[in-house]
Design a protein around this ligand. Structure first.
Ligand code: SF4
Length: 401
């Protein structure tokens, strides 16, 4: 992917739809999810459709991402209803990428065939590991064999764009079990693979267990696992295009490319985050409160940040530096390169400016680069124009659950 190709996604129009239902809540999960509330599914989907219908009309969507939660947990026809509502409201481009997240435990050929006929053309499986012990430690209900059968089911139903999510660094995972997970993932020939370090979030059962003395993931081990993933996946023809994402050429996730190019994306559902017309916004996180707000004709938004001036420039760097192609330096990158911390990171080989692109060359140190970017002072005279309005329920959530 060339820098120009990646930057072109800044003009894309995308939408995220949050589906918070899971069969159980994994102990490490910090997303806006619920388990055991399937009684709410119909009302929730109605609320999402109402939210879509009430939003400002837009141009046809080029990437749509159903994340969660576990979208594949709910009846496909309900997801199809959401797609129909998006189509009526904004239109969906003929070439649009339409993704959903799925769990191997509830995916078979029949479900895959219906989803494909409804318009979904990309599926991302929460595989996490092929090691039975690691799956148990992560609280996952599926077994490694179900990852393989799910992927086969997706192919049989006509999905030509399939992704696997993997987690590394779980206590109990060994070097050989991580190697085995990578090999078995590669053997299935997915088009895209994401690898994330297990993160301990306070407020989760894992966070409480670690606080009470359970073994925490080891950062050095996780760094080794990341480097082995990059090497093994690269050798198998999966090119890394973002800190945690690898794909065969042409199968990069277009929804995420839009987010990382500072492109615009609508967001619907509880806890979802969007960016449109210069405003970053987020919805109420709790599902009951979200549904009640929509049913009462109240806004489900819990906060809006108008991003402009210097803050928009920092925002551009922040999302763009995740990409392997990096960003054009612009005023923010220039200020970064002139700062003491920026010069230090360049001298250490963490960041470089080559061919007019500012890139992070040691992805494991991306967080350190972020800290420096966030500390940058606006140059004298630069407008710092962001304004914030927020409700009481602001909790950050990744759109890539
Ligand atoms: S990690 Fe995934 S499957 Fe587990 S509770 Fe969170 S969203 Fe649901």
């Amino acid at each position: 992917m060339t820098p120009a190709d990646a930057d072109a996604y800044s003009r894309s129009s995308a939408a995220y739809v949050h589906v918070p239902f899971c069969s159980s809540v994994c102990p490490y999960c910090d997303f806006a999810v619920v388990a055991g509330r399937d009684d709410l599914v119909d009302r929730y989907i109605d609320a999402v459709c109402t939210e879509i219908t009430s939003s400002e009309p837009w141009r046809p969507l080029e990437a749509i991402y159903f994340g969660g939660g576990t979208p594949s947990h709910v009846d496909p026809s309900l997801l199809g209803g959401v797609l129909d509502t998006l189509s009526l409201k904004h239109g969906i481009s003929d070439e649009a990428e339409v993704s959903l997240e799925a769990n191997p435990e509830d995916f078979d050929v029949a479900r895959a065939t219906v989803l494909r006929s409804l318009g979904f053309n990309r599926v991302s499986f929460g595989a996490q590991s092929f090691d039975a012990g690691v799956l148990v430690a992560l609280g996952r209900r599926h077994q490694a064999g179900q990852i393989e059968s799910s992927l086969r089911a997706a192919r049989e139903a006509g999905f030509e764009n399939v992704s696997l999510d993997l987690i590394y660094g779980t206590p109990g995972e060994t070097t050989s079990s991580w190697s085995d997970t990578l090999s078995r993932a590669i053997d299935l020939d997915p088009d895209h693979i994401s690898c994330y370090a297990l993160t301990v979030e306070s407020g989760t059962p894992l966070g409480r267990a670690v606080r009470d003395g359970a073994e925490a993931p080891d950062p050095d081990t996780q760094a080794d696992r990341y480097e082995s993933a990059d090497m093994v996946l690269g050798a198998a023809g999966h090119t890394r295009y973002e800190v945690s994402n690898w794909s065969h050429p042409g199968h990069e996730c277009r929804y995420n490319l839009t987010v990382w190019a500072q492109g615009q994306y609508e967001a619907y559902g509880n806890g979802s985050h969007g960016y449109r017309d210069g405003v970053r916004f987020r919805n109420i996180r709790r599902i009951d409160a979200y549904v009640s707000a929509v049913e009462s004709d109240e806004t489900p938004r819990s906060g809006n940040d108008v991003v402009a001036g210097w803050d928009a420039e920092i925002d551009r760097l922040f999302v763009g530096l995740r990409r392997v192609v990096g960003v054009a330096p612009g005023p923010g990158g220039t200020a970064f390169l002139q700062s003491e911390s920026g010069r230090r990171l360049v001298d250490a080989g963490v960041v470089s400016l080559v061919g007019g692109r500012l890139t992070v060359d040691r992805p494991l140190l991306t967080d350190e680069v972020y800290r420096c970017v966030l500390d940058l002072e606006a140059p004298h005279g630069a407008p710092k124009e962001s304004t914030k309005t927020a409700g009481a329920d602001i909790v950050s959530m990744s759109s890539d659950a």
